[in-house]
Design a protein around this ligand. Structure first.
Ligand code: PLP
Length: 367
């Protein structure tokens, strides 16, 4: 009835596909679900974050700090950047949308990579911006499905206002090194915004990888995005942040909703930064389990994409959907990849040792 009133960009938009309906599955499940579909942290947040949330319960009637000053100070210390170079988001998802809102639109295009995070194309579509996906590295490349810096540089033209790249990438798990990023930045016009999404940065141990955060000092068009949803185990509280030079931060601040990060999120994120040991321990276990799970899956003859994250992208072939369904019948939830143009693959979050063992034996029971 109102379609003719809906803005053309929104009319053509398809909403983000959040995967299987976990709430319905949990309700219907005969035994507790093993949830390996959303890259959540199976070890949970720091006890300090839980305590901080408890302490907030007497203040729920109050608005949160609209500036997020305490969290920004903690982040400033953590990353060695001044607090005026930090913007907070209701998850980094919100910041990804704000970047498009501020910098992209009709005639102001967005470039990302094939097999890039789904939110990038949605952010572009939501503001009516033309969207180009640069072809990913071929499947016989050592970094199969990964970002191809040359293809990205060629995709950027005079109409490109914004580039989104995840490093490491979701859903492939692939990554690129610090030199490749520097060379890419040198080829991109200085007034084209480059958003490097480092949602999985804490999990990386590849020596050639480096965060883009130190490059912010040199590149005023660069913003690096981080989140508390993955390694910090706080996905339920929705806290992310961006680091960029003050001008770029200032433009994002214009569209930021005043209280976008809530009271519990601010407190828990700050407390989590105060417990690096918990983070390091979770990352250590993830690395052990990631390598073990990848080896086990490979030993079953399946192709596993290289990963520096807390998940594995696995090629199951033409039976991927049936395998996904059969796993769900066994109370194990994975993430289908049809929406990413990878219908023969499933994405598997690296769980605890016990969860991964159950996953493997369920896979074996299907053969
Ligand atoms: C999980 C994820 C995010 C983080 O989303 P939040 O909104 O912070 O929970 C951002 N980018 C990528 C690539 C992700 O996989």
């Amino acid at each position: 009835m109102f379609e003719h009133r809906v803005q053309p960009a929104i009319r053509g938009l398809r909403a983000y596909d959040p995967g299987h309906d976990l709430v319905a599955l949990r309700r219907a499940a005969s035994s507790p679900l093993i949830e390996l579909g959303s890259n959540e942290n199976p070890y949970g947040p720091s006890p300090k974050a839980r305590d901080a949330v408890q302490r907030c319960l007497d203040e729920l009637a109050l608005y949160p700090d609209p500036r997020g000053g305490d969290l920004k100070r903690a982040l400033s210390e953590q990353h060695g950047v001044p607090a005026d170079r930090i913007v907070l988001g209701n998850g980094s998802h919100e910041l990804l949308m704000q970047l498009a809102q501020v910098f992209a639109g009709p005639g102001a295009g967005v470039v990302a990579s094939q097999y890039g995070f789904a939110v990038y194309a949605i952010a572009a579509a939501a503001v009516g911006a033309p969207f180009k996906a640069a072809p990913a590295l071929s499947m016989d490349h050592a970094m199969a499905g990964g970002h191809d810096p040359n293809a990205i540089a060629s995709a950027v033209d005079a109409e490109t206002h914004l580039v989104y790249l995840a490093n490491p990438n979701n859903p492939t798990g692939t990554w690129f090194d610090a030199d490749a990023l520097e060379r890419l930045l040198a080829k991109i016009p200085a007034d084209t915004i480059v958003a490097i999404d480092e949602a999985y940065a804490e999990f990386v141990d590849a020596p050639e990888w480096a965060s883009a955060i130190p490059l912010v000092a040199k590149h005023s068009n660069l913003i690096v995005l981080r989140t508390f949803s993955k390694a910090h185990g706080l996905a339920g509280l929705r806290v992310g942040y961006g680091i960029a030079q003050p001008e770029l931060i200032g433009w994002l601040e214009r569209v930021r909703e005043n209280f976008n990060v809530n009271l519990l999120g601010l407190a828990a994120a700050e407390a989590s930064l105060g417990d690096p040991q918990h983070l390091v321990e979770g990352v250590r276990k993830n690395k052990i389990e990631r390598e073990r799970l990848a080896d086990e899956v490979r030993s079953r003859g399946l192709f596993v994409f290289p990963s520096q994250t807390n998940f594995l992208l696995v090629r199951f072939g033409e039976n991927a959907t049936q395998i996904d369904d059969a796993m769900r019948e066994r109370c194990i939830v994975l993430r289908p990849m049809g929406g990413y143009g990878l219908p023969d693959c499933l994405r598997i979050t690296v769980g605890t040792a016990e969860q991964n063992a159950k996953l493997l034996s369920a896979l074996d029971s299907l053969r």
